[in-house]
Each structure stands twice: as structure tokens, then as C-alpha cells.
Design a protein around this ligand. Sequence first.
Ligand SMILES: *[C@@H]1O[C@H](CO)[C@@H](O)[C@H](O)[C@H]1NC(C)=O
Length: 409
Amino acid sequence: MHPHDFGWESQLLETGFLAIFLCPVWTLSPVPRRCPPSLICIWTFRWLIVRIMLGAGLIKIRGDKCWRDLTCMDYHYETQPVPNPMSYYMHRSPWWIHRCETLSNHLIELIFPLFTFLGRRMCAVNGAVQILFQVVLIVSGNLSFLNWLTIVPSLACFDDASLGFLFLSGGGVKKTVLEIQNEDAAGRTPKPNKGMLIRRVVNISLAVLIGYLSVPVVLNLFSSKQVMNTSFDPLRIVNTYGAFGSITKERTEVIFQGTLNQDPKDPEALWEEYQFLCKPGDLHRRPCLISPYHYRLDWLMWFAAFQTYEQSEWVIHVAGRLLSNDSAVLSLLDHNPFQDRETPRWVRGEHFTYKFSQPGTASAAQGKWWLRKRIGAYFPAVDLEGLRGYFQSRSWPHPHTSPKQELKT
Ligand SMILES: *[C@@H]1O[C@H](CO)[C@@H](O)[C@H](O)[C@H]1NC(C)=O
């Protein structure tokens, strides 16, 4: 898996693939009388939610001591990739709430999924717990569309009887479903025609395929060297999931700054900060709310912040694009301090630790959501001339300054 891929992308592929088999082929009716979705299709979704949860749960208890001593949630809200405003408040829950959260996380990811195999009532309980869990995650942070996507296979844990309340009584859909169920119960199912037989063959082949492709996935789940978010087949039909095996205890951020000063070593130089769409930067800016949307660059900056620029060279690429006033890269940012002015002569990356401010303190009263402390330079001040060699040796096109547009008068 490419390091810039995200687990929910293969999860989307897998969910989409399974959904193909739910659709009737020849009819647009929502409740096709002749070929309701096979139980096999429903079980492929249940199998998916079981794997997602066990993968996530196992990687945690194997990954980080804080999942075993139940302290992980003391850090998670503050250090997760892109916190939202609720994360700020949930971070301040009393310690025993954080312990309970971590414990419930384990129950939900390791115990409840097994309910799927214990009959329709228990299966529905698991479905409800999983959906509730995802809703809590959506409220407490920005994890892109991952949580919304995970709700989809959880829906398969319910059967018609438990979902019936969603349909107004006497409505068309409900009536048809009841009729079909009564016919089934009376043994008056329509004689299988050729289409239904073909469909049955397709469904059984699907079961065999998923079973076969699940072998390496299950072996990985039980392996002590469990890997996260991996596909074992080129089409990514059956994948293994699981992230946040280890939790960062301290939030660090890379902040891009630019100056118009000729001399970057001048202590008087005024360094102004670029702001990303969502990731923490300006201490006064409220954490953003973007779920289910995913700002990829903001997320990658989170990875970059606990590496070095040598490990994430693309950060220098971004710096070059800022120096050349590149509109494509600037469009991924929220605030360019050099907008309507000259482009900066120098750009540098500064490395900071970030902490939530404490509600009720002076800094919070001044409107600060974050407090930060400088660690040092993430990358030194660079200018276009100095980057020439760096870009050339990586065969990146050298950034050109786009000419200043004539101001229309
Ligand atoms: C930077 O590019 C924008 C358009 O993308 C343009 O309006 C602006 O004038 C440019 N700034 C400079 C200093 O060239």
C-alpha cells in the first residue's frame, strides 16, 4: 500500500464491490418480487463489518501500551489528525471518562462484532452499537468519510422485521415486503426461472470468492505481526483494516512561513504564516468541521509533522510552489499572507508542539484554541534559486514565478 493511500479508500472499493450484488439486474423496483437480495450478499456485508472492527481492535491492543492501560483517550482528541470543535471539549473530560471510553472502544471493536454470529437479535444489537459508535466518532473528530462508510455494512446487521418501523404502515414498500414474506412462509415462492438460477450461481460464486480471498486476511488478524490497511489481492476486494494502533502523545505541526526580507537571517525579518484549510495553525482559529470531506494535504501534513522533511520531501515541493505563487497549491490553502503583494523571497518550515488551551484560563479567554511551543526548524529558509538543484535532482519541474497580473483599472 502506498503511504499516501488512506484505509478508507480500499474500504470504499470493497463496500462498492459488495453493493453490486444487492441490485436487481432487470428491474428498477425497490422490492423486486422475484429476486430479493440473497442472504449471501447480506452476510458479505456482515463479514465486512466484523473484519473492520476486529482489525481495528486487535491492532490497538497489540500496538500501544496506552490501549492496554486505558490511557489512550487522554491523548486521542488532541493528537488525532484533524480535530474538530467537539474534540476540544471532549479532551477535557475527567480522567475516568477517558478510561471508560478506551474500555468501551475495546468492547465495541473486539466483543460486539462476535454478536453477529449469535442470532438475529444479537446481530441487530451489534449493528446498533456499531452505528452509535460511528456517530460518536463523527461528532468527536474529522475522520473524513471513514465513519459514514462504516455505517453502511453495519446496516446489514438488521433484518426486515427490525427495520420495518422506518416505513410508514400501509406504505407501498412495506406492503410488498409483507406480501413476499407471507408467500415465503406459505411455501408459495415463485418457481425459479432461468434468471433466478443464474443469480443464485453468481451469489454462490461470490461467497466462494470472498471466502477464498478472506484466508490471508484472517491469517493476518490472528498473526502477532498484524499489518494495518492492506490489500492482498490486486483488485482490493477483500482487505484488512485497522489504524491508530499507536497513538501520538504529543501533537506537532509544521508551519509554513514566508518573508519579503532579502536576508532570512535578519533578526528583524517579518515572517508571516500560511494557513491551511483545516489543520491547526493560527492559535485563534476554531478547529474545523469537515466530516465527511477529506482535505488530503492537511492530513498529509499531520504525517509530515512526526517525520522529517528528508522523509517527506514533498513538503519542500510545496515550499517551492509557494515561492512561485503557484495557483494550484495556493488553492489548497485557506490564507496566503502574500496575496495581493509580492511573492515571498524566502519560505521556511517551523516545527511546533500544539496543545489545546484550557477552557477558563486567560489564553482561552483571549480566544486561543491552541497553545504552541517552538521545537526548531522543520526545514531551513529556502528561496527559488537555492531550490533549483534540489528540484533538478528529483526531476521535479522547476517552479516558475507566474507573472503578476495587470491590475485592471
Ligand atoms: C499570484 O497569482 C495570483 C493568481 O493566481 C495573482 O492574482 C497575483 O497577482 C500573483 N501575485 C504575484 C506577486 O505575482
